[in-house]
Design a protein around this ligand. Sequence first.
Ligand code: SF4
Length: 63
Amino acid sequence: MRAFINKEACIGCGLCASICPEVFEMDDEDKAAVIADPVPSDVEDSAQEAADSCPTEAISIEE
Ligand code: SF4
C-alpha cells in the first residue's frame, strides 16, 4: 500500500497525522506529508482510516 497527499487539497487540519503518525506528519508549510512509503503492513488499517477521515479527501491510497 502507498499513500499520497494532494497538497493543494490539504487544509492542514492535522487529523491524518493524529490518526496515523507512523505514515503522516505535518510539513513546514502545515501540509500533510507521507513519511512511510510504502505504508508498513501493520499500520495499513490506520492509514486507510486517516484517508477516510480527511475532510477534503486529500489522501489517496494505492493498493
Ligand atoms: S486530514 Fe487531510 S486536510 Fe487534514 S492534514 Fe491530513 S491530508 Fe490535510
